[in-house]
Design a binder for this molecule. Sequence first.
Ligand SMILES: [Zn+2]
Length: 302
Amino acid sequence: MLKGLRRLFETVAVLALIGFGTKARAAEDIQLVQMPSVPEDLSKEVVYDGSAAESEKALNQNQPEANNLLKHPVVAIVVDDMGVNQARTKEMLQLKGALTSSFLTYGAHLKELVESARQAGHEVILHAPMEPKGPASLAPDTLKTEMDDAEIERLFLQMLQKFDGLNIKGVNNHMGSKLTEDKEKLGVVMSLVKERGLYYLDSKTTSSPVARELAQEDGVAYAARDVFLDNVAEENAISERLTQAENIARKKGYAVAICHPKTPTYKVLKAWLEGLAFNDVRLVHLEDVVAIANVQTENTNF
Ligand SMILES: [Zn+2]
């Protein structure tokens, strides 16, 4: 309770400075009605290439100064599917700055990669595999609607356990167009997310409002994906989506973009990060967007 109050107070203080309080509105109102084909691809390659873990210290050049954060629209960029394809994960870990890396649980060298991510300035969250509607190659620990509540709880706790001591901040769904529509099963996940003091990022692989409703009912800090950057994994297309994310942030104060460890994505983000000093938009960790989004939602509930 005290923790919650303190968090609320801090967020309100930040918001007052940002000046977003006057145009408070629920994130969902401004969701782009864009449900592109879901990037449920996942490389099967799990080969570790043997090179030393990234040891370069974080430059954090792109971590915004507190003052800038208060004056500028903010974007969180979440890199999903991290930790399985070792080479492509390491490529993304060369990007220094306030990105948010969402790790699957079952890749090799999880702890080393998470530590590298943190050294690169990334926030780290759990990418929890959930059952999709369509046929797909499923992760070994996918949560399925056919499981009973106890099984969902056991599997999800097992995922969290792999991040013990790694200080993850939140959870988002990998795939999940089917499970995230199942209020009972997702509810089991959501109550554990709450218990651990984590936030929930709705990847929105379906237009279902169940995740948002559960988060509101359970008092879980919640944010939703606005844009997928690399459904079309070509540099031009990715740049366009990135501009779209910036424009959403200019309009409502913040935006959440999701991308994947793909070389064209890496190239576009590298150039974008290098140009951030000249951009009115700031890159922030998802935790900062979650704080802003939840105060806006709370305001609309009064
Ligand atoms: Zn995923």
